[in-house]
Design a protein around this ligand. Structure first.
Ligand code: GRF
Length: 208
């Protein structure tokens, strides 16, 4: 059984996609051991409670240093036997210590085709605003392994979504979530759980 530790900060629609993928049987031998939110008001916490998933708020501002914050996250995930950490709409930076501990076992979902519209300050609706401002014809979502720099780790999966002439940032965000994020995040978790992701430096290979 692969125990998942899910990091959230907001609405939790990606968490919901993972929950639904487990309950539908798409994600076999996976269980969400704990949901950790960086904020007490995150609706993602309501989703966890509704599905009887243990949840806890671990807020960065409650800790003196990034190392202390990392220690709190590590202690929580180790106590739940977490084998894969998934950042699902998580807006707080973790430190080197946390990344070292879970290197190759932390995934993040980003709402653009990295390396476009990513990096510090590109979160939530902003990547979609920037995509429309730039006038790109396709955007999408990326699942990647997490490294210390924002949105910089080896790419696992990407899925393209067309940009429509009448799109607003909100309509584009919704379509990217529905057509890309909620599909490739469970898919990446499934590949990891089946041992089919091979990481060589920056290159991720999917084996049969
Ligand atoms: C999503 O666009 C996700 O890609 C980004 O945060 C947004 C909210 O995600 N990381 P969620 O609804 O909280 O899963």
């Amino acid at each position: 059984m692969l125990n998942l530790g899910i990091l959230v900060s907001g609405g939790g629609t990606n968490l919901q996609a993972i929950i639904d993928s487990i309950e539908s049987g798409y994600l076999k031998d996976c269980s969400i051991a704990v949901v950790v939110s960086s904020r007490s008001g995150a609706f993602a916490l309501e989703r966890a409670k509704k599905h009887n998933i243990p949840s806890i708020v671990i807020s960065r501002k409650a800790y003196e240093s990034i190392e202390a914050y990392d220690d709190a996250l590590i202690q929580c995930f180790e106590s739940h036997g977490v084998g894969l950490v998934v950042m699902a709409g998580f807006l707080t930076m973790v430190g080197e210590k946390f990344i070292e501990k879970y290197r190759g076992r932390i995934m993040n979902i980003h709402p653009s085709l990295i390396p476009s519209f990513c990096g510090k300050g590109y979160y939530g609706i902003i990547p979609h605003q920037k995509a429309l401002e730039y006038g790109v014809k396709i955007t999408g979502a990326t699942v990647h392994f997490v490294e210390p720099e924002y949105d910089s780790g080896p790419i696992i999966l990407q899925k393209a979504v067309e940009v429509r002439d009448d799109d607003t940032p909100e309509t584009l965000q919704k379509r990217v979530m529905e057509e890309a994020e909620w599909k490739i995040l469970p898919q990446a978790i499934k590949l990891f759980s089946e041992g089919r992701l091979v990481l060589n430096g920056r290159k991720v290979t999917i084996t049969d």
